[in-house]
Design a protein around this ligand. Sequence first.
Ligand code: C5P
Length: 293
Amino acid sequence: MNDVVIARAPAKINLALSVGPTRPDGFHALATVYQALSLEDGVEVRASDDRVVRLVGDGVDIAGVPLDETNLAWRAAALLAQHAGLEVGFDITITKRIPVAGGLAGGSADAAAALVACDHLWGLGLPLQNLLELAARLGSDVPFAVLGGTGLGTGRGEEVAQLDASPLWWVVLPAAGGLSTPAVFAEFDKMVPDPPMPYVAPMLFDAVARGDATGLALLLDNDLQQVALALRPDLADAIRRGVGAGALRGLVSGSGPTTIFLCAGQAEAEQVARTLGGIVAHSVEYGARVVES
Ligand code: C5P
């Protein structure tokens, strides 16, 4: 058994986010294409007699992130301990680089990193399928945060099939103040009372597999964008500025308010990031993983 384990997990964006009807369990049926980015949170877990979560903001405002048992990384560690029949403490330090409440699934990344870190720390070696089942209990996009790469999410987003993908370059533009995901979905229900079943155009899979940024730019789609723009009209201006700076396309990430900009390549992304003051990121093939033990 190790004394300390460090894991990392990437932010996610949605290349497509099609929101369908509300299901009997209250969640919306989704069809979404997730992509993991090179922007990552770190999670360090140590053995401890107590249960503690600490936070370090690395260029990110961490106000509002809970430090108690409602923190998603805490819940992940507690759920894994319970699943394994262990009565253990843990001391978790989260280094946040993913903007909080930004539509980038930062909390889910922390949960996924905590799952793989504790699995390692406690010498469990759970099969991936078990980790994914626990991940789904923590949140709809936690299974994708475990798997990473690029994936098609169905169900409420928790059923993930991995997709072929070639590298893509993005600029991530954080926006001040978060948006609450439940509030955005509730507003979606008001704006779109009777949505059709969710659907992702197969052409998008081809463009992602080929890394065809120009073709993909025409296919990016987010049903929650109209809601985020209604709640935050300033985001429309951010999107216009990004496209004006040379991005192929700009859109709201997930439930917002972060906006993301697809670029033709690294040089173009660096140019757009300089103009907007955003973060250059590229797609990655991995998800949550142990980086040091
Ligand atoms: O699954 P997760 O806990 O991340 O979801 C947060 C909230 O987002 C849910 O409580 C719900 O309000 C909304 N949501 C939804 N349909 C989904 C996923 C999330 O309505 N498929």
